[in-house]
Design a protein around this ligand. Structure first.
Ligand SMILES: Nc1ncnc2c1ncn2[C@@H]1O[C@H](COP(=O)(O)OP(=O)(O)OP(=O)(O)O)[C@@H](O)[C@H]1O
Length: 320
C-alpha cells in the first residue's frame, strides 16, 4: 500500500505586478502555498478545505502538473507531476465543479468517445466503465443530449463519469456538489462512496459543504494562507474550532428569550428564536427541554458551515 500522494515542504509563489501610478508598477509576491507537507495513502478519501484564497486550487493544480512548485518535493504514484504530466494524466481524474471538461455543443456521449481515444482506453474496459457510470449516475437518458442543455446536476454527473472512464487511481474533486439540489448531492455522494469502496480509488475532495465531508471523508485537512492548519478526523475539527450548531425554534407567539440548559439564545426575530449549542452534542435534550416548557410550532437544526468553524479556530489560534 504505502503513500500514494506525498508533499514535502511544497511551496508556490506567484509574482504579481500591480499598477500603482502612471508608468509605475509594483512587484509583489503571493505565497499561495507555503511549506506544505502531507501524505495520502492509497484508497483514502480526504477532505481538503479552507477559506477562499487559502491555496486549495493551487495545490490541486500542482498535483495534476498544471503548475510547477516553486520549492519542495511532490509525488503522485511515484511521479513528479510537473515533469511527467502526460504519464500522470493516465492515472488521475479531475473534476472542477465550476468548469466542465465536456464538449459544450456535443452530445454527452461524444465527449466520452473522445476520452476513449485520447486515453487509448481498451475497448472492453471503456464499455464496462461507461456502462457502470451510466447506470450508477443515471445518465442513460442524457447520452444524446448536448452538454449545454444539461442541468447543473446532470452536467456534474456527466463530468464525474468523464473523469473515471480511464480507471484513474486517484480522483481530485473541486467543489463537486456546488449549486446542486439535495437529490443530486445525494446521488453524487452515493456514487463516490461506492467508487471508493469497490475500486479503492483515492479521493481528494475540496468543498465548502460540511456534509460532503461528513458523509464521505474520514479525514480532513484544513489549509489557510497556504499552510496546513489541521489534519485529522472531522470530529476533531469541531472540537478544535469549538463549533456550534443552531436550533431554529418557531414559537406560537413572541416571547422573551427562552431559557434551557446547554443552549443559549443568540437571536430573536418575532416568534422565531435561534439557539446555539455545541456541534458535538445531540439536539435531542435541547428539543425535549424546549418542548416541555414552551409552546412550539416548528424546529430545525442548522449545521455550522466550514468557513465559520475555520474562522473560529483561526481566531482562537491567534489569541492563544
Ligand atoms: N495565477 C495566479 N497568479 C497570481 N496569484 C494567484 C494565481 N493563482 C492563485 N493566486 C493567488 O494565490 C492564493 C491562493 O489561491 P487559490 O486559488 O489556490 O485558493 P483557493 O483556496 O482555491 O480559493 P477558493 O476557495 O476561492 O477557490 C490567492 O491569494 C490567489 O489570489
Amino acid at each position: 500500500m504505502g503513500d500514494f500522494i506525498t508533499l514535502e515542504n511544497v511551496e508556490k509563489v506567484f509574482e504579481v505586478r500591480r499598477k500603482t501610478g502612471f508608468m509605475k508598477r509594483e512587484r509583489r509576491e503571493v505565497r499561495a502555498v507555503d511549506s506544505l507537507s502531507f501524505s495520502v495513502a492509497r484508497g483514502e478519501m480526504v477532505g481538503y478545505i479552507g477559506p477562499n484564497g487559502a491555496g486549495k486550487s493551487t495545490t490541486i493544480k500542482m498535483l495534476t502538473g498544471i503548475l510547477t512548485p516553486s520549492g519542495g518535493r511532490l509525488r503522485v504514484a511515484g511521479i513528479d507531476p510537473s515533469r511527467e504530466r502526460t504519464r500522470l494524466a493516465h492515472r488521475i481524474g479531475v473534476v472542477f465543479g465550476q468548469r466542465t471538461t465536456l464538449w459544450w455543443d456535443l452530445p454527452l456521449l461524444d465527449s466520452y468517445r473522445l476520452a476513449h481515444r485520447m486515453y487509448r482506453i481498451p475497448e472492453a474496459r471503456y464499455r464496462e466503465n461507461l456502462e457502470r457510470c451510466v447506470e450508477l449516475l443515471e445518465l442513460g437518458e442524457l447520452l444524446d443530449v448536448p452538454v449545454r442543455q444539461l442541468s447543473l446536476g446532470q452536467r456534474m454527473r456527466g463530468d464525474i463519469a468523464a473523469a473515471l472512464l480511464h480507471d484513474p487511481e486517484v480522483l481530485y474533486l473541486d467543489e463537486p456538489t456546488i449549486g446542486l439540489d439535495v437529490v443530486s448531492k445525494a446521488k453524487v455522494r452515493g456514487f463516490l462512496k461506492e467508487l471508493n469502496a469497490e475500486r479503492g480509488t483515492t479521493v481528494l475532495l475540496t468543498t465548502h459543504d460540511l456534509q460532503d465531508i461528513e458523509q464521505l471523508c474520514s479525514r480532513v485537512m484544513v489549509i489557510d494562507h497556504g499552510r496546513l492548519m489541521y489534519d485529522g478526523p472531522l470530529a476533531g475539527l469541531h472540537e478544535a474550532g469549538e463549533s456550534e450548531r443552531t436550533l431554529v425554534v418557531d414559537l406560537e407567539r413572541e416571547l422573551p428569550p427562552v431559557e434551557v440548559p446547554s443552549a443559549r439564545v443568540v437571536r430573536v426575530e418575532g416568534p422565531r428564536q435561534y439557539l446555539a449549542f455545541p456541534a458535538g452534542q445531540s439536539a435531542a435534550p435541547v428539543v425535549a427541554d424546549l418542548a416541555a416548557r414552551y409552546p412550539l410550532v416548528d424546529l430545525s437544526v442548522r449545521e455550522p458551515d466550514i468557513e465559520a468553524v475555520i474562522a473560529k479556530m483561526y481566531a482562537e489560534k491567534a489569541v492563544s
